[in-house]
Ligand binder design. Structure first.
Ligand SMILES: *Cc1c(COP(=O)(O)O)cnc(C)c1O
Length: 368
């Protein structure tokens, strides 16, 4: 996106075909033929906003979801004309801009509608957000919802396109809280004076593991990128394939004597004669410092990251002499072995979403 370093051999490789196949596969398994809105926020989970959006549209999704108005505007600038919903709260003063660009906004409170009263716009599509238990944004009370509906009905500048909620625990084996949220949403939205085109509740986890009918749209995020929303807590019901790999190259190699120290803090000391290589990627690229000790792949071999991860470089221990220019795979397949995003997430004590979203715009995205 911003300033990718293209004259350096570190890059993210995206397999758009896998994203397309995942969408088709998920679509095939939908029980109620819901419309799919592909969630492409955060630069499409780091896969590239415009490229992924185009691939998703080619695969038959109806619309796109983003987190911010700017992400939506970027898509419009790229001549993408499909419906776009901004999931976060957008300042009411941008209602005219959203309306003019045919971008749907989230209404998270009655107060937000009041703030739009002095703005000059027409034909603004909105989705009302219900907080059924996520505790993030949205209306919690039936009374406030009815008042919001009343405003929407009277003010013809609005097009009431949707009403939705978001689950906090759809990715957990125990569905007690999920059911509570679902019941809460159904109760609060019962017999409303507006007939919304879309009623939607499902993120990826809900789509994969909870088949509930009565809704006609899904917001498909992590699963279309081929990752398990639960990490490893619940098995996938059918195959989806990751599309993301992280590659670099050895740029420097040396044979070190026993007791040679490596990196900041001199925290690693070679116990014996070793081949040490330097790889031009670091925490400024989003390869976190805590990945110290994790393994990368060189010629199908697992090689530990030795010493601290620097801002722009890291060092690895090789099984033998390899020359500069040798491919280094940090995430993905190399030879007969693979380092999965989940494995990296487990090592860093986080979730697969955060590993990919952390990888910065300094890494070029290359499409296959
Ligand atoms: C990010 C997000 C999604 C997508 O979640 P996944 O777990 O990636 O499928 C859906 N809905 C809302 C409101 C979101 O913020």
């Amino acid at each position: 996106m911003d300033f990718p370093s293209i004259h350096r051999p570190s890059y993210v490789e995206i397999n758009l075909n896998n994203i397309k196949k995942n969408i088709k596969n998920i679509q095939h398994h939908l029980k109620n033929n819901e419309d799919i809105f592909a969630v492409v926020k955060a630069d499409a989970y780091s896969h590239g906003l415009v490229e992924v959006s185009r691939a998703a549209i080619e695969s038959g999704v109806t619309g796109l979801c983003v987190a911010t108005l700017d992400e939506a505007l970027t898509l419009r600038e790229a001549s993408i004309i499909e419906p776009i919903l901004v999931l976060g709260v957008t300042d009411a003063k941008y209602a005219p801009l959203a309306a003019q660009q045919n971008i749907s906004l989230t209404v998270a409170s009655k107060g937000w509608l009041a703030f739009t009263q002095n703005e000059n716009f027409d034909g603004l599509k909105v989705h009302i957000k219900i907080d059924s238990g996520m505790g993030r944004i949205g209306i919690t009370k039936r009374e406030e919802l009815l008042e919001a509906c009343d405003i929407l009905k009277k003010d013809s500048r609005f097009i009431s396109e949707g009403i939705f909620t978001h689950f906090a625990t759809a990715d957990e084996p125990d569905d007690t809280y999920f059911q509570y949220q679902l019941d809460t949403f159904k109760k609060i939205t019962k017999d409303l004076p507006i007939n919304f085109k879309y009623k939607h509740v499902a993120n990826s986890a809900t789509t994969l593991w909870r088949d509930d009918s009565g809704f006609n749209m899904i917001r498909l995020g992590i699963a279309m990128y081929g990752l398990n929303p639960s990490g490893t807590a619940i098995d996938l019901p059918y195959e989806i394939k990751p599309a993301f790999s992280l590659q670099s190259e050895i740029v420097f190699v040396k044979k070190v004597k026993p007791k040679t120290k490596i990196g900041y803090g001199a925290t690693y000391e070679a116990p014996e004669e070793e081949w040490i290589a330097t790889v031009p990627i670091g925490y400024a690229d989003g390869w976190l410092r805590r990945m110290q000790g994790f393994e990368v792949l060189v010629d199908g071999n697992r090689c530990p990251i030795v010493g601290r991860v620097c801002m722009d470089q890291l060092m690895i221990k090789l099984p033998g002499p390899y020359v500069p220019g040798t491919k280094v795979t940090l995430l993905g397949q190399n030879g007969d072995d693979e380092v999965s995003i989940q494995e990296a997430a487990d090592y860093a004590d986080t979730i697969n979403y955060e590993i990919i979203c952390s990888l910065s715009s300094r890494l070029p995205r290359i499409y296959k």
